[in-house]
Design a protein around this ligand. Structure first.
Ligand SMILES: [Fe+2]
Length: 296
């Protein structure tokens, strides 16, 4: 009986031990989503690129040339691994092989943080092949919480989750955009990768005030931003990632920077990728906004 009491006391002591506070994340500045087509140009524009975001999936079980590319990048720039298919919203859990591969890239890069999306890309064991939005419900929050625990057991690097563009919205939604994003961050101790373009596109397509969403978010959770131009197709905005950033998106980016202590901003150009020199004006404009908002 005494032994049982002693164990119970020991457990109580362990449980009351304070959790060490996380180190504050350092500011990385303004950078670019790395695309291999730019590899030969990056050093000619080094002073315009504070850091690169890399697609983590491109370095899973990497070939020697891809490993050499990763080495070259990490020797010269801070890198942030960005996953595409962690599928944090999958009700059937996290794919352990994907998680191990993602963890290998994070371990290789030793980044300030890493990221993936608030979405599911897999259901019933089948890969859907694209980011699918979740219903904004307490059931989704439970799935995300359980999956994040498994991720955070493996990856101790701070994780950010990104808002996506929503091809559909669900009638059973229980929370507003701000409530859902805020709860995910606060209940799981994760940061937000706020894709300003995705927020803008959703706000136009579903008729809500994007800036009001930002005002209602927990500001300290907004760690990184994405931005890029989108496109209007058949009366709806789509996240085409294939054009220069529109004025409305610049205005929202500037507003977010004035409200939140953002640590990094990434231009995320994925389609119709021009030479790197043609993206420099957008990087410099973003850097001016970033420096104006966050002088330190
Ligand atoms: Fe994004």
């Amino acid at each position: 009986m005494e032994a049982v009491v002693a164990v119970a006391v020991a457990v109580a002591v362990v449980e009351t031990k304070p959790v060490p506070a996380r180190e504050p994340l350092r500011s990385l500045g303004v950078g670019l989503g790395y695309r291999p087509v730019h590899r030969d140009e990056i050093f000619a524009h080094r002073s315009s690129i504070d850091f690169f975001e890399i697609v983590a999936d491109h370095y899973f079980s990497a070939s020697p040339p891809k490993l050499a590319e990763l080495d070259l990048l990490k020797s010269n720039f801070p890198l942030i691994p960005h996953g595409l298919a962690l599928s944090i919203g999958s009700a059937d859990g996290i794919d352990q092989r994907y998680l191990r591969d993602f963890q290998c890239v994070v371990d290789a890069v030793r980044p300030a943080w890493c990221s993936d999306h608030i979405a599911f890309t897999r259901a019933g064991g089948i890969d859907i092949g694209h980011l699918t939005p979740l219903p904004k419900t307490s059931a989704s929050l439970r799935v995300i919480r359980d999956n994040l625990r498994r991720v955070q057991d493996c990856i101790t690097t701070p994780l950010l989750l990104e808002n996506i563009t929503e091809s559909i919205r669900y009638p059973e939604d229980e929370y507003t955009d701000a409530e859902f994003l805020g709860r995910i961050c606060d209940e799981n101790d994760v940061g937000l990768l706020l894709d300003v373009t995705n927020l803008y596109i959703n706000s136009v397509n579903y008729r809500f005030d994007a800036l009001e969403v930002v005002r209602r978010l927990p500001k300290d959770r907004i760690v990184q931003l994405h931005f890029v131009g989108g496109r209007m197709e058949e009366g709806r905005w789509v996240d085409s990632h294939d054009t220069t950033t529109q004025d409305e998106i610049w205005q929202l980016l500037e507003a977010v920077l004035s409200l939140a202590p953002v640590k990094g901003v990434i231009l995320e150009r994925d389609e119709k990728i021009p030479p790197l020199k043609d993206l420099i004006p957008e990087l410099e404009r973003a850097r001016d906004l970033y420096r104006h908002a966050i002088p330190a």
